[in-house]
Design a protein. Structure first.
Length: 546
């Protein structure tokens, strides 16, 4: 299907205008009132689908709001965009590529053709190769150069080649093979590599060099450091064959580095970095949890893909979540979104979402090259509950900003310990209740609080939240959650009419850093032609560096 990207500007659309007028009616309404008017609100503003229970009743919306938001999505051609994504249209317009990450989790037998090739069949060939390799490492058949069993796996990558793998490893740690140690090195700051390897033995260590391009400065620098570290002990260059594997699309550079091409796991240009944790980029995940668990994670992704692709918009979790975020972002002028997983295993989930959401939708040029006259991606941030409650939640409850939040909780814990899971979940429910309903002046006074203290003890409430409840954190439910956010990002990008799959914004700094690196390293005083601030900073650094 061909999509016509030259479309009516978003803010000129009838649905947008209707939402602007509607906002004026909704803004003064309090959630206390909305709940009082409709005793069943907490059961009606709910979607229970694909293994996820989404309660969005504590949002500042009515049925009319939801209808208008869905009209906007329809007017913006979201349905057609979804079809275009799933069928491999060139929706990554600025890079002239498809964005076919949904093919990574399509079950064997499903056919998705791109350029005359069935990409699903290719995906499964790689998955099978990963499974064989993972099993060899997990069972101890894959030996290091000196014949020792591999005990440590170090993933070297950055951005999309790091955030997904580390998040998934932490999330699925419960399911991991505990006699294997996993480390993740991303930063070009040598500290990252040194601290990750200081207690490891090269004879027992396997490096996975994860880089789609195999040209990324940080990753290649760390990969070379790893090779030196390895060869300092193992000496023979042949050892690299046993201690290094690659995940990449660039066979030539992988070979040049000295990695045996048989130990390269491929993926495709239609799979962007931040959408790749379920491709071979997830090799460390598969080694940690085994291929069955990895495939269960893919099932979760696929189930959410199918839900997103087929469910009507008013019953579609990623669509509803995307639209709600857009409602606050574009009509309430909310600047950020907070995500709180009440689960310690999901401690890296907010960091993962930061890349997914902000690298995808942090853009101000539309698909037809115009400058957007509306806000796009809000700032995403978060922490696991309950820790955040004891630091920044003060601002959520009584600050001057409106920050819509997602609370994610699980009905069953993986680590039962007395009544701790009930305490954890009690906190989740209490926070969303407090944020929505607050505490009125009258309620505070009725407690006998002195008059002067009453304003400080009053909670305005009316702070919107979504609550996502999942039965248990498993590989499958992790896949469901990640795909849910991927598609919610896509929903928003489609309405904002931007390319959610490019990342030109990271280029300029990279190019400038190359030039500056030469100036910092030069033995002679370099001729500097930056601005006066940058010139002075470079001179200061050179003066004090040893
Ligand atoms: C993600 C981005 C970016 C990328 C890294 C690493 O969508 O494209 O974060 O993943 O820059 O790139 P390589 O995998 O090519 O090293």
């Amino acid at each position: 299907m061909k999509i016509d990207f030259i479309i009516k500007p978003l803010t000129k659309r009838p649905a947008w205008k209707r939402l602007q007028a509607h906002y004026l009616q909704i803004h003064p309404l309090h959630l206390r009132q909305l709940f009082a008017d409709d005793p069943l609100r907490g059961e009606r503003f709910v979607i229970d689908a694909a293994g996820i229970y989404l309660d969005y009743s504590k949002n500042r919306v009515t049925e009319e709001t939801m209808g208008l938001l869905i009209n906007l999505a329809e007017e913006c051609g979201l349905r057609e965009r979804i079809t275009a994504m799933f069928t491999g249209d060139t929706i990554n317009v600025t890079e002239q590529r498809a964005a076919l990450h949904t093919a990574l989790r399509a079950p064997e037998g499903v056919r998705i053709m791109l350029g005359g090739v069935d990409v699903v069949a290719e995906v499964h060939l790689v998955l099978n190769k990963m499974a064989v390799f993972s099993e060899r490492v997990r069972s101890g058949q894959w030996l290091g150069y000196t014949g020792k069993r591999i005990a440590n796996i170090v993933n070297i990558g950055i951005g999309g080649s790091d955030l997904g793998p580390v998040m998934a490893y932490e999330a699925l740690r419960h399911y991991s093979q505990r006699d294997l140690t996993f480390r993740f090195v991303s930063n070009v700051d040598g500290t990252d590599f040194q601290e990750a390897t200081r207690d490891l033995d090269p004879e027992e260590t396997l490096f996975i060099i994860c880089s789609k391009t195999f040209t990324t400065l940080e990753t290649l620098t760390n990969a070379r450091a790893a090779r030196n570290w390895c060869l300092q002990k193992l000496v023979d260059k042949q050892a690299v064959y046993r201690h290094f594997v690659a995940v990449s699309t660039n066979a030539e550079e992988v070979t040049k580095f000295g990695i045996n091409i048989d130990n390269m796991f491929g993926f495709w240009d239609w799979d962007g970095g931040r959408y790749s944790m379920d491709s071979a980029i997830g090799l460390s995940t598969m080694i940690a949890v085994g291929s069955d668990n990895f495939r269960a994670m893919l099932e979760g992704f696929y189930e959410m893909d199918e839900h997103f692709r087929t469910a009507p918009f008013d019953r579609n979790i990623p669509v509803i979540m995307g639209l709600l975020k857009l409602w606050y972002n574009n009509f309430f002028d909310a600047q950020s979104v907070a995500v709180f997983p009440y689960n310690q295993y999901l401690k890296r989930f907010p960091a993962y979402l930061q890349q997914l959401t902000m690298e995808s939708n942090g853009k101000h040029i539309t698909l037809d090259g115009a400058c957007a006259d509306y806000q796009t991606a809000p700032i995403y941030w978060g922490e696991p509950g309950t820790n955040g409650q004891h630091s920044f939640f003060q601002l959520l409850h009584q600050g001057t900003r409106l920050i819509p939040c997602d609370f994610i909780g699980f009905c069953q814990t993986l680590n039962p310990l007395g009544d701790q899971h009930d305490l954890l979940m009690a906190n989740l429910f209490a926070q969303t209740e407090a944020l929505a309903f607050g505490k009125t002046e009258a309620e505070v006074k009725a407690e006998g609080i002195p008059e002067w203290l009453v304003p400080h003890r009053t909670f305005e409430g009316n702070r919107p939240t979504n609550t996502l409840l999942v039965e248990q954190l498993t590989p499958k439910t992790l896949g469901l959650l990640v795909a849910l956010y991927e598609h919610s990002v896509f929903t928003q990008g489609a309405i904002w009419n931007i390319d959610s799959f490019d990342q030109w914004g990271v280029e300029l700094g990279k190019v400038l850093a190359q030039k500056t690196a030469v100036e910092l390293k030069s033995a002679d005083e370099p001729q500097l032609d930056h601005d006066s601030s940058t010139n002075a900073l470079i001179r200061h650094y050179r003066r004090f560096k040893k």
